[in-house]
Design a protein around this ligand. Structure first.
Ligand code: GEK
Length: 279
């Protein structure tokens, strides 16, 4: 995505140029239009912190989330784009499509774009009020043949029913490991035969050399995208007890045991991957 920055003194520039009569009424409209394309830069961990609290999806994170995830997760944009194609392929008429842990609705938006099956409902859920508020605003601008519901709630307690497409795009890693089996069993039980779960996760590797190599390469990726060593190390501490990655075989076996019939990786970039699990 092209990064556009609105000059903070834009309003003053227009006033100085003699546009006073129209500035007041138009400026808010211009900013709203431009805000669609604007990504605020993630500087959450740029200053040295005496104590680093556990990572939270609060308003400060929600404000910069698109920039944060695109500069932190290799392949994120490709996965988001492919969710559109996968939705077109797997969505069944009259079924429900779920985006679990939707954040600002990146994947929800892709599902809406890719959907051609009629009479579907897209349900996007997140337990961060800050994310849900911004997701609702962003989804207001999306045109789709489905009805869209954005719910503030816990995916562990939300019912899943009659689903043909379910997306867990980098969300399962934030669910306590002991809760993951039950969540995947609930998703599987709520899916139609032939439906798909798209599960994207940061992963670890059993091979120690490969694990350390890809861990380091991920940090090189972050440096190449403008994060300082301080930002990388403070964010890593904040995520330590919050984001718990697992190996690809652990994910595959758990999905098969949960009732999915065909499970494999369809995308991988360093220590980030996405799986398809077909019901
Ligand atoms: C994307 N899928 O852009 N219930 C509901 N939401 C939760 C829960 C829970 N129990 N736990 C965490 N979340 C998105 C990106 S981000 C991934 C997903 C990342 C939510 C949390 O509030 C956050 O918005 C999201 O899961 C994870 O495609 O930041 O790496």
């Amino acid at each position: 995505m092209v990064q556009i920055r609105i000059p903070t003194n834009g309003k003053q520039m227009l006033l100085a140029a003699g546009f006073r009569p129209i500035v007041g009424s138009c400026w808010r409209i211009i900013r709203n239009l431009l805000s669609f394309a604007v990504m605020s830069k993630d500087q959450v961990y740029s200053k040295s912190m005496a104590n680093i609290a556990d990572f939270r999806f609060d308003a400060g994170v929600a404000d910069v989330f698109t920039d944060m995830i695109e500069r932190s997760v290799p392949g994120y944009r490709s996965i988001i784009t492919m969710i559109e194609t996968l939705t077109g392929h797997y969505a069944q008429p009259g079924s429900k499509l779920y985006d679990l842990g939707c954040s600002l609705g990146g994947a929800t938006h892709s599902m809406a774009r890719g959907l051609t099956a009629q009479n579907c409902e897209i349900i996007a859920i997140d337990n961060s009020a800050a994310m849900v508020e911004r997701c609702r605003k962003a989804m207001d601008r999306v045109h789709t043949c489905a009805s869209v519901r954005i719910i503030e709630g816990d995916i562990l307690t939300t019912p899943i029913a009659d689903a043909s497409v379910v997306v867990l795009n980098f969300t399962l890693q934030f669910i306590p490991p002991e809760e993951r089996v039950q969540l995947l069993e609930k998703i599987s039980a709520g899916m139609r035969p032939g439906g798909v779960l798209i599960l994207s996760e940061k992963v670890t590797f059993e091979d120690r050399h490969l694990d350390e190599l890809l861990f380091d390469i991920h940090h090189d990726f972050k440096r190449a995208h403008g994060y300082s060593d301080l930002e990388i190390s403070q964010k890593r501490s904040a995520l330590e007890n919050v984001l718990i990655p697992e190996t690809i075989p652990t994910h595959r076996n758990r999905l098969l045991n949960a009732g999915f019939t065909s499970v494999d990786v369809w995308f991988q970039c360093f220590n980030f991957m996405s799986m398809l699990a077909v019901k």
